[in-house]
Design a protein around this ligand. Structure first.
Ligand code: BGC
Ligand code: BGC
Length: 689
């Protein structure tokens, strides 16, 4: 086993083992002192120049005075209650009233009344109930509005009828920071329409190993796009700091997540270990936070992963010394869903280490009541200093005051709330369609096949062609993106529907035939195929080899042990990783067979790959005349047809401008193969006819 461990992993394990046994002597004991790889915790000193960031949201003396006053009116239990964020399935408005809880969230795939098709007014009504409970002073405690957080990570994706944008992997290929800001604005409006205050977005992960199941949440494998985008997304969501738009009625609080290094775990294992040096942590994984902070992001979510063997949720150096100290963050660090449970010595209902490390708000979905009692006791026992509690509550009150929650009033009284027309508005869908168009990347275009003429007869095949679930991916009405149908996304357009609209408008015909069979021979075939939906935890892969529809995304992956168990035991050493095509030895996968069959019939074949990440698809690329990557485009499938087809006049409709924000691999990470297509690659399509 030891022989196949990569040196970096071995080093991390050694330092972890030594840290547990012998404190800070790790470096010396290995005989190879490597200060950058020696865990910094609990040592505060750091040689890395984390930037000192001047937030565009200055301290407001009036707000600070109100915080001091409010804090003086809270008991210890009420202070700790402000720090707690349960999930709506496990907490009632009465609980909020009684315990004075500071926040609530709805998890992915959780809606008012458990109704997937909950209306905007049902969201607002529930928000009113929690809000009213928090403002009820009949028990004698001061009124402090509760703040409701939600995962609006590609649009308001838990809300029935919302506009869903391409996932971040596609947005990265668009290379358009202005578009990102507009997406943030639209998302903010759609969230505000439901009466909620806060989204857990953007994810600013820089993804170094696409086997990670959350790869599609990351804009790029490189830090420059994360940096260029994170701040603009924050500005879109929150409004521009220093102007009246900042956290006004049209905007919501943003979260930069998951701090830090989530995209850099070994083998791309979700919640795994990142063994970067501290310098790499800043230069690669930290860049999104730099621009998010420069735009005044008010919350940061801690990450499940470890850095050099230590879980971020307990990492005082990175949370407190670096983020709050050096980088000057004066907002709230929220923990991830039961993230405290990952910290050594902690459980879901107690974690002094996380609070002491710098977590201010605790996402404790169901164990919140024992957590409240345990934390009160831990302060009493001296395990958590009262000053830390006061600091956390100060930050939470500052967030609520800056967000205007004390003045915005009941959710139902706010200007945008209950405006059902905001959700999925046609102007919003137009922005999403533009994003789909700009995110499509063309990898191959033999004989100038694309863009196609819209006059002809077009066969549309493949099982992603007319499947809104595959097109929207994870974090789309359900957590893993599974079990979704067209009826769950009113107003949406599948890729096929978009093609049909474009072609019929020009007098052509488009026929859907998932298996590619046809009666009369088409002028061209478009085969739309790719990954099945998945999200965190269930989406990790051991190899990027693409096997076709037999891959069932989250449904199959759920049968596997949790990724942590996989981590060291059965990840194959990279030299043994399958290469492109090898996975097909057992038989030609159906997508590939379909592409080949159509081409053998002499039909020009366009492949459109629907995917949350780069995969090994050389055989599929070889089998098609043109190969385009649509990523996970969301609800506006017409954006694909916008670039695949010419105008009825024959002119180019839109040039194809998407360029890879991930290099396209020829083999699994570590296999030392050169990329099939380098970072930045992408063809424009032919202008001549
Ligand atoms: C995810 C976060 C998300 C949270 C709340 C966690 O499992 O890692 O990204 O914000 O759940 O749904
Ligand atoms: C996710 C939540 C989701 C829950 C389902 C969590 O890990 O973060 O968003 O609702 O699991 O049990």
């Amino acid at each position: 086993m030891a022989a196949i461990l990569k040196p970096a992993l071995r080093r991390a394990l050694i330092s972890l083992a030594l840290l547990t046994c012998c404190g800070s002597a790790a470096g010396a004991a290995t005989g190879q002192p490597d200060p950058e790889r020696t865990p910094q915790h609990p040592v505060a000193a750091s040689t890395v120049a984390w930037p000192a960031i001047v937030s565009p949201v200055p301290r407001d003396p009036k707000i600070e005075a109100r915080i001091v006053d409010l804090l003086s009116k809270l008991t210890l239990e009420q202070k700790i209650a402000q720090m707690i964020q349960p999930e709506i399935r496990y907490v009632t408005p009465d609980d909020v009233r009684k315990y004075r809880l500071g926040s609530i969230l709805n998890g992915g795939g959780v809606y008012p009344g458990g109704q997937k098709h909950a209306s905007v007014s049902q969201w607002v009504a529930l928000a009113d109930q929690y809000y009213d409970a928090s403002m009820d002073t009949s028990g004698g405690a001061p009124a402090i509005p509760v703040i409701w957080g939600t995962d609006a990570v590609h649009g308001a994706n838990d809300v029935f009828g919302a506009t869903l944008f391409p996932h971040n992997v596609g947005l990265g290929a668009a290379h358009d920071p202005g578009l990102i800001q507009r997406i943030g604005e639209v998302t903010g409006r759609e969230v505000a329409a439901t009466g909620l205050d806060w989204t857990f977005a953007p994810t600013v992960a820089v993804v170094r190993d696409p086997r990670w199941g959350r790869s599609y949440e990351g804009y790029s494998e490189r830090p420059d796009i994360a940096r260029a985008y994170a701040g603009r997304m924050v500005q879109g969501l929150q409004g521009i700091a220093g102007t009246p738009s900042f956290l006004d009625a049209d905007h919501v609080v943003a979260t930069a997540k998951h701090y830090i290094g989530d995209g850099g775990t070994e083998h791309g294992i979700d919640r795994g270990n990142n063994v970067s040096s501290e310098r790499e942590l800043l230069a690669i994984h930290g860049q999104g936070y730099v621009s998010a902070l420069e735009s005044g992001v008010q919350t940061v979510m801690a990450s499940y992963n470890s850095w050099q063997g230590i879980k971020l949720h307990g990492h005082r150096h990175l949370l407190t010394d670096v983020l709050k100290g050096r980088m000057g963050f004066d907002g709230v660090i929220v923990s991830d869903w039961d993230g405290i449970d990952e910290v050594q010595g902690c459980s879901k209902d107690r974690c002094a280490a996380a609070i002491n490390a710098g977590i201010d708000m605790l996402m404790v979905p169901d164990q919140w009541l024992p957590f409240l009692h345990n934390t009160v006791a831990q302060v009493g026992d001296g395990d958590i200093p009262l000053s830390r509690i006061d600091d956390a509550v100060t930050r939470i009150l500052r967030l609520k005051l800056r967000a205007g929650l004390f003045e915005k009033g009941r959710p139902s009284s706010r200007p945008l709330s209950n405006r059902a027309a905001e959700v999925g508005a046609s102007e919003h869908r137009a922005v999403a369609r533009e994003a789909v168009r700009k995110s499509l990347v063309l990898l191959k275009n033999d004989k100038c096949l694309l863009p196609l003429s819209a006059h002809g007869s077009i066969l549309v095949a493949g099982d992603s062609a007319d499947d809104i679930g595959k097109q929207t991916g994870g974090w789309s009405l359900t957590w893993q993106g599974t079990e979704n149908t067209k009826a769950d996304f009113p107003g949406s357009t599948t890729v096929f529907e978009g093609i049909r609209a474009a072609v019929t408008a020009a007098g052509g015909t488009a026929t859907l035939s998932v298996d590619g069979s046809f009666q009369s021979r088409p002028d061209a075939a478009i085969v739309v195929f790719g990954e099945s939906p998945y999200a965190e935890w269930y989406g990790d892969l051991k190899s990027l080899a693409y096997r076709g529809p037999s891959e069932k995304g989250a449904e199959v992956a759920m049968a596997r042990p949790p990724p942590e168990v996989n981590a060291l035991a059965d990840t194959p050493p990279s030299s043994a990783a399958p290469r492109a095509g090898e996975a097909n030895r057992a038989g030609v996968p159906p997508d590939l067979a379909l592409l080949r069959r159509l081409r053998q019939a002499g039909i020009p074949v366009v492949a459109v790959f629907v995917t949350g990440r780069v995969r090994l698809v050389q055989p599929e690329i070889d089998a098609a005349d043109a190969f385009a990557v649509a990523w996970l485009p969301g609800t506006e499938g017409e954006g694909v047809a916008d670039v695949l087809f010419r105008k009825p006049s024959g002119e180019v409709n839109f040039p194809i401008t998407g360029r890879l924000s991930y290099s396209w691999p020829a083999g699994d990470p570590g296999s030392n193969t050169k990329p099939l297509f380098p970072y930045g690659y992408g063809l424009e399509g032919c202008s001549r006819q």
